[in-house]
Design a protein around this ligand. Structure first.
Ligand code: GUN
Ligand code: ZN
Length: 432
């Protein structure tokens, strides 16, 4: 058992932030050896019962849950900042040509290493990530994630049509590969598999049908894809699948909507789509820096809350422009402003932070496992230094409430704010 002493941020069941100026976080192994939070709260209340255990004291720092990135493409690490008119030309001119490079195993391994370092540097401790259509791109990411004991979910991209040579896969083989990868990796240590049709336009009905069958056969495996991101994409989908009620309904028609299914973007929805999301316990990964960069549109928070479906935040690198959860939370605030129809703040800082931690974990079906620091959660956390830059130091020193402090960090923060990222007691970062 190890004790950490500093300011401590956690979340209650209903998403409210809990904050101890002088907090205690006790982390120790459970019966199976996995590091979990044993206690969290005010130092003066808890310290007496943990006397004798070693203590790491970080004065002036804030311990907070590791961030959860609900949608990110590891092969697009080097695609960030590629400008295009919109999604479809961006895919054709930058993304597909780049993903072809992952045919080389050594290249995939090298990018996987860099990508995971970058997640950790930014305080992201759990991710639902796309690989490429090459099965070994999945092996590369899982291998590196396992070495770092990360909780990571990924899958081989399924795309058997409307894709160039080098990334297009074969329908039957793609499903065989998916099943083999599930057998090899799903549930191993902290790893999980996601059945990953890229998006409906690049999968034949036969491939989506096969993916749906696997989703039924392996109910605790995740499903990830994109939906209703861009208007040209939505129009194209209507031509390709004219019999489905909507773009989202295509996935439902093939059995690809259920708990543990996560769809990125969910922008160009109607009311029936939103109800379907809730009825199928399917979650949205909101990717505001990507949506702003590619000009895709604005996620409608108010309509999502009215319908009551689950959502959380995501970087969507490389359509997204940053690995930093602070950049993503700030962009989400901007997007929330755009759709705002009632007075007041669109999204509170606590709600933004929750969407990238405990809320995202809940949307992934990992409530109480990651994204929070309540007893029982796995012990992944970040150590934030509010004095990391002169402006952060100056601004946070003047914060007179928790909301002001959180907002100052959301608006001014980036990777410099994250002094350390701790996974299962292993420390990554400045003081590691
Ligand atoms: N739709 C299909 N593929 C992609 C992708 O790689 N990124 C984004 N943002 N949207 C997609
Ligand atoms: Zn994406």
């Amino acid at each position: 058992m190890h004790l950490y002493r500093s300011a401590l941020l956690r979340f209650s069941e209903d998403g409210q932030a809990l904050y101890d100026e002088d907090g205690l976080l006790a982390i120790g192994p459970d019966a199976s050896g996995r590091q979990r939070v044993q206690a969290a709260g005010a130092w003066h209340q808890l310290a007496p019962q943990f006397a004798g255990h070693p203590v790491t004291h970080w004065p002036g720092r804030i311990i907070a849950p590791g961030f959860v990135d609900m949608h990110v493409h590891y092969p697009q690490t080097d695609v960030i900042g590629s400008p295009a008119e919109g999604l479809l030309p961006w895919l054709e001119n930058y993304t597909f040509p780049h993903e072809k490079r992952f045919v080389a195993e050594g290249y995939a391994a090298q990018v996987a290493e860099f990508f995971l370092d970058e997640l950790l540097r930014n305080g992201v401790t759990t991710a639902l990530a796309f690989a490429t259509s090459h099965p070994h791109s999945v092996d590369a990411l899982f291998t590196e994630a396992r070495r770092r004991q990360l909780r990571l979910i990924t899958g081989k991209v399924l795309q058997d049509r409307h894709s160039p040579d080098g990334v297009r896969d074969d329908t039957e083989q793609s499903l065989i590969d998916t099943e083999e990868l599930i057998a090899r990796w799903h549930g191993l240590d902290r790893l999980g598999y996601a059945i990953t049709p890229r998006f409906a336009p690049t999968s034949s009905p036969a491939q989506l049908r096969g993916a749906g069958k696997l989703a039924a056969q392996y109910p605790d495996v995740w499903i990830q894809s994109h939906v209703a991101e861009n208007l040209d994409e939505v129009r194209w989908m209507r031509e390709l699948y004219p019999r489905s009620r909507s773009y989202l309904a295509v996935y439902d028609d093939f059995g690809l909507m259920r708990g543990r299914a996560v769809y990125a973007h969910c922008i160009h929805f109607d009311a029936a789509d939103r109800v379907l999301m809730r009825e199928r316990s399917t979650a949205a990964a909101i990717s505001p820096t990507s949506n702003l960069f590619l000009g895709s549109g604005f996620f409608d928070y108010q309509a999502a809350d009215c319908a009551g479906f689950a959502y959380g935040l995501a970087s969507d690198v490389g359509g997204g422009t940053s690995f930093s959860p602070f950049r993503t939370m700030l962009a989400a605030y901007t997007v929330g402003r755009e759709g705002q129809t009632k007075p007041g703040l669109s999204l509170s800082p606590q709600h933004l932070w929750w969407q990238h931690t405990a809320g995202a974990a809940r949307a992934l079906g990992l409530d109480g496992v990651v994204g929070n620091l309540q007893p029982g959660c796995e012990g992944d956390f970040v150590v934030l230094n509010p004095q990391a830059t002169p402006l952060l130091a100056r601004r946070t020193a003047q914060a007179s409430s928790l909301d002001e402090l959180l907002f100052a960090m959301i608006v001014l923060g980036d990777d410099r704010l994250v002094e350390q990222t701790v996974i299962s007691q292993a420390k990554y970062g400045l003081c590691a």
